[in-house]
Structures are given as structure tokens and as C-alpha cells.
Design a protein around this ligand. Structure first.
Ligand code: SAM
Ligand code: SF4
Length: 530
């Protein structure tokens, strides 16, 4: 069992502090001073879509901090609003335009107050639609594609001078080399878990998906840069890191030895970063689930027993039409090997219903796959034809009513699996990393190794700690319980040999009810799902 320096272990020496000072980018305050500004300018960033956008939004805020921008949670008081958009389904893109309608009124109100408000659209809608956004929504000052965030300070300055700016090139330079790292204060404010993008783009070209067009070709960040980023996060108190990428398990970044590292090798390296107790990764493609990565689920205690492995459909005919390049049995084979490596692995997935040509028999095959795998949860979507993708031009498009009916039936099956998994947790003791205060007074919320939200009554001083919790009750998305034993109050410098990494010592490493776990904030799709 690896000893994990606990969060309260104040082991940083003054030399460490000096290093930290040197590494830290300019904070917003320092940025204001450098810019000779009297008051801070306020930045409001709204993220749509996946975790990659959440990560990008944080990095945009970090990059604008030296320009004097301080984040606000209130759009009404912002001087700059950035919508970080998602283009994956039509509904997701349309949400952006309806949000821009609201922002137009906000901009008018700011002007009436004698303030100027800049509005920027970033992310995949920006990348896909470019100038068209300004044509449809003239309130927008700046459109910036997903590869160009490092240029934001310059682009914002140009927009502030009254120019309409559109920057959606795919530059050759790596944006990660130019994006500012978060300050220690910003990291602390974001909590004890963090996302780190390790891979971007996709070369798989599934017939329904815009990602290869909006995010470009697959590329991986150099391993040592990721290690440095994770060390900085750990130093600021982060205990759990989720490596993210559109196709994260295709990771092949250059390692310290100048050779391409696999995701398994990277995870092994990160498991050795002091302070990091838990690792996860998402989202994976079944084809890229190599033997090393499967073995890592057995070998690395810090790698949590939970995996999001999208399959999209249970029908071979539809998988072929989707250009998924794997069959139902290939997928089941990967699942079997994963469960052999880690019997209690909680699996979740993505499904699309109503892909062109999907028959009732094809759909029935999806339902049987859900039952056979025993998912702990899943996202499910109605197929949304995306302009420019092969699926959009296919014949035999299904009507909305048919798609809605199938979506509801699929979601009922998924819900039953999730409820079964959650019920099987009653009476078990799970290790929980506490992340934040709960909704009710005296309550704190954390995550189980399987990513289930777990709520207990306990003091907020436990936030950032990992403790064993005995589960007493379950609701549709959360577990409730109590500390399995009183949590010893920490002493400075103390190193606790604990229940992490690798899940609770008391967590049996056996499959739970043939199924597995939890879904974070489950996307409930009434309608098209975005
Ligand atoms: N890379 C992941 C994979 O290979 O499965 C998926 C990434 S994609 C950003 C997230 C999910 O959105 C997909 O798994 C798919 O279920 C869904 N999705 C993508 N395009 C879609 C479309 N045109 N209509 C409906 N759902 C879609
Ligand atoms: Fe989209 Fe994932 Fe397919 Fe790539 S592998 S095209 S990101 S669904």
C-alpha cells in the first residue's frame, strides 16, 4: 500500500514555495497591476457539453487572468462573456443561439448603464460555424475555435477596439504550450478533483460524429508536460485526476525517453505522483483498449474501478453503418477481459437510438446488450443528423416519434440496471473522496470509487479526505451512508496509510449484481438530449 501524503500534510519547504512562486502564472491581481488597472474586469464563462469543454473553460480563465480578468458566477456583472459551446447534437448547438438571444438583452442593458460588454463564442460551434455565428447573432464580438484559446488575450484586445474577430484556424503550434497554467489559488478554488486534457481530436470518423471535423486530427500532449501539470495540481491539494480526451485511450504522447507512451504507461507514471490518490480516464473507444491498459486496471490501485466505454448500438448491422469498426462480440470480449482484470469494474456507456436504417430488431439488440453487460449507468441520445457527416446523407432516416419511443424504452432498461447496481451497494463499505458541502446543512458529498455521489452528515473539514463510508440508503442518483469509523483528526505532517488508492480495503473486488455503477450527473434526455 502506497503511503499518500495527506492534504493536510504541510510538507512544502520554503524552497518548494519559491519553486511554486516561479511556476505560478500571473494571478488576476498581478495582471491588474501590470495592466495599470484600477478595478478588475469580470469574466463569465459558460460551458456546454463535455468535460473537455469544462477543462478548456478553466484554461481560458487562467489565460485571461494575467490580463486582469477575474471570474464571476454572475453574467449580469461581467465585462466579457465566453460561451464555450458544443456541436455534437443539433439541440446542443441551438442552445447556444437561444443563449445568445438572452445575452443580446444583457449587452443592451450594460450599454444603457454606460458599460461595454464583450461577447465571445468559443468551442465546437465556433469551430464549425465561424463567421456564420456573427451573421446569425450580430451581438457576438469574437468567435474563437477550439485550437486557438491561447490567442484569447490578443483576440479580446482586438474585439475591445471595436473589431469583429473570427479565429478558427487549426494552427500548427500546440495551444497547450501557450495556455497559462492555473494559479495555485485558482486550483484550490476548483476543488480536490480535476480534469486534465491529455489527448484531443479523433481519426475514427464515426458516421454520426462531428468531432473529427471540429476538433481535428488526433493528437497527444507530451507525457512530461502532463506529469508537471498533475504535480502542480497535487501540490495545490487535488487528490483525484481524470485524464480526458475525445479518444483518450488512443493516447500516444512522447515520453521522457523520447518514445511514444501509451495511456497505460502514463497512468502508471501519474500513480506515482505524491498526493494523487485516484486516477480515472474518459472517454475511450473499444478498439483502443489495449492489453496494457486492461492490465493497468488490475495493477494500479490508484486507477478507480470505473470505466466509460461507449458502444452506441448492440446491432452489428448498425455498428457497421456507423463505421464503429468493432462488432458487438468485439465489445463484449473487451468487457470480459476488463472484468477479468478488475472484477468489480463499474461500466458505463453511450448509446444512440434511431441511427438511419435502425430496425426494431436492431434496437432490440441494443436492449439485450444493455442487459448482458449490466451497465451501472449510461448516456443515451436520439440520433441527430449533423451536417457534413456521412450519417446525415444516409437514406432511411427515422422520424422523431420513433426515436423518442426507442429512447424512452432504452432509458427504462438503463435505469433498471443503475438501480440494481446502486441497491447492491447497500450495506457495503466504500471509500469516498469528499468534494464539497452538500445541499443540506451538516451534509458533505463525495464520490465512491465507482463515481457514485455519496452523501453523509459530517463536518466540512473532511472535504479533501478519503474515508470509508457504510452505505445505508440509495436514491436514483446518490448513495447515503455514515462514516464506517470515526475519522481521526489530522495532525500536520502526518501520513495516513488509508483506504485509498485502489478503493476501500473493505470493498470486495467482486462484481456487484452482475452490474456496475453509477453515473455522475446522469443526462436525462427528454427529447433529443444535448
Ligand atoms: N469518443 C467517444 C466514442 O468513441 O464513443 C464519444 C465522444 S462523443 C463527443 C459523445 C457521445 O455523443 C457519443 O458517444 C455519442 O453517443 C453521442 N453522439 C455523437 N454524435 C451524435 C449524434 N450525431 N447524434 C446523437 N448522439 C451523438
Ligand atoms: Fe466521434 Fe468518438 Fe467516433 Fe471519434 S470515436 S468519431 S469522437 S464517436
Amino acid at each position: 500500500m502506497t503511503a499518500i501524503p495527506p492534504r493536510w500534510c504541510c510538507a512544502a519547504t520554503s524552497a518548494d514555495a519559491r519553486m511554486q512562486k516561479r511556476y505560478d502564472p500571473l494571478t488576476a491581481r498581478e495582471g491588474q497591476i501590470r495592466n495599470g488597472m484600477k478595478g478588475a474586469r469580470k469574466l463569465y464563462v459558460k460551458s456546454f457539453g463535455c468535460q473537455m469543454n469544462v477543462y478548456d473553460s478553466q484554461r481560458m480563465a487562467d489565460t485571461l487572468a494575467p490580463e486582469g480578468y477575474v471570474e464571476t458566477a454572475t453574467a449580469e456583472e461581467a465585462d466579457l462573456i465566453v460561451l464555450n459551446t458544443c456541436h455534437i447534437r443539433e439541440k446542443a448547438a441551438e442552445k447556444v443561439y437561444s443563449e445568445l438571444g438572452r445575452l443580446r438583452r444583457l449587452k443592451q442593458a450594460a450599454a444603457a448603464d454606460g458599460r461595454s460588454l464583450l461577447i465571445a463564442v468559443a468551442g465546437c460551434v465556433a469551430q464549425a460555424e465561424g463567421d456564420e455565428i456573427i451573421r446569425r447573432a450580430p451581438t457576438v464580438d469574437l468567435v474563437v475555435g477550439s485550437q486557438n484559446y491561447h490567442r484569447l488575450p490578443d483576440l479580446v484586445a482586438r474585439a475591445a477596439r471595436g473589431r469583429r474577430v473570427v479565429d478558427t484556424d487549426f494552427p500548427l503550434d500546440d495551444k497547450f504550450d501557450h495556455l497559462a497554467a492555473p494559479s495555485r489559488t485558482a486550483t484550490r478554488a476548483r476543488g480536490v478533483t480535476a480534469f486534465v486534457t491529455v489527448q484531443e481530436g479523433c481519426d475514427k470518423f464515426c458516421a454520426f460524429c462531428v468531432v473529427p471535423y471540429t476538433r481535428g486530427a488526433e493528437s497527444s500532449r507530451a507525457a512530461e508536460k502532463i506529469v508537471t501539470e498533475v504535480e502542480r495540481l497535487a501540490d495545490a491539494g487535488v487528490r483525484e485526476v481524470t485524464l480526458i480526451g475525445q479518444n483518450v485511450n488512443a493516447y500516444h504522447g512522447t515520453g521522457a525517453d523520447d518514445r511514444p507512451w501509451t495511456l497505460a504507461r502514463l497512468l502508471e507514471r501519474l500513480a506515482g505522483v505524491p498526493g494523487i490518490a485516484r486516477l480515472r480516464y474518459t472517454t475511450s473507444h473499444p478498439l483502443d483498449m489495449d492489453e496494457d491498459l486492461i492490465a493497468a486496471h488490475h495493477a494500479l490501485p490508484a486507477l478507480m474501478p470505473q470505466l466509460h466505454l461507449p458502444v452506441q448500438s448492440g446491432s452489428d448491422r448498425i455498428l457497421t453503418a456507423m463505421n464503429r469498426r468493432h462488432s458487438r462480440s468485439d465489445y463484449l470480449d473487451v468487457v470480459a477481459r476488463l472484468r477479468e482484470a478488475r472484477p468489480d469494474l463499474a461500466l458505463t456507456s453511450d448509446f444512440i437510438v434511431g441511427f438511419p436504417g435502425e430496425t426494431e430488431d436492431d434496437f432490440a439488440a441494443t436492449l439485450t446488450l444493455v442487459e448482458e453487460v449490466g451497465y451501472a449507468g449510461a448516456f443515451s441520445f436520439k440520433y441527430s443528423p449533423r451536417p457534413g457527416t456521412p450519417g446525415a446523407d444516409m437514406s432511411h432516416q427515422l422520424d422523431e416519434a420513433e426515436k423518442s419511443d426507442r429512447l424512452q424504452r432504452l432509458q427504462r432498461t438503463i435505469d433498471r440496471g443503475q438501480a440494481k447496481f446502486n441497491r447492491a451497494c447497500i450495506g457495503r463499505t466504500l471509500s469516498v473522496l469528499f468534494e464539497r458541502p452538500g445541499r443540506h446543512r451538516g451534509q458533505i458529498v463525495g464520490r465512491s470509487p465507482y463515481l457514485q455521489p455519496v452523501q453523509i452528515d459530517a463536518p466540512p473539514s473532511l472535504i479533501g479526505e478519503i474515508a470509508d463510508v457504510t452505505i445505508t440508503e440509495v436514491a436514483s442518483n446518490s448513495l447515503f451512508g455514515a462514516l464506517a469509523s470515526p475519522f481521526p483528526s489530522p495532525r500536520n505532517g502526518e501520513v495516513r496509510e488509508g483506504s485509498e488508492p485502489g478503493g476501500s480495503l473493505t470493498t470486495p473486488r467482486t462484481a456487484v449484481g452482475g452490474s456496475t455503477l453509477p453515473f455522475p450527473e446522469r443526462e436525462k434526455i427528454a427529447g433529443a438530449g444535448a
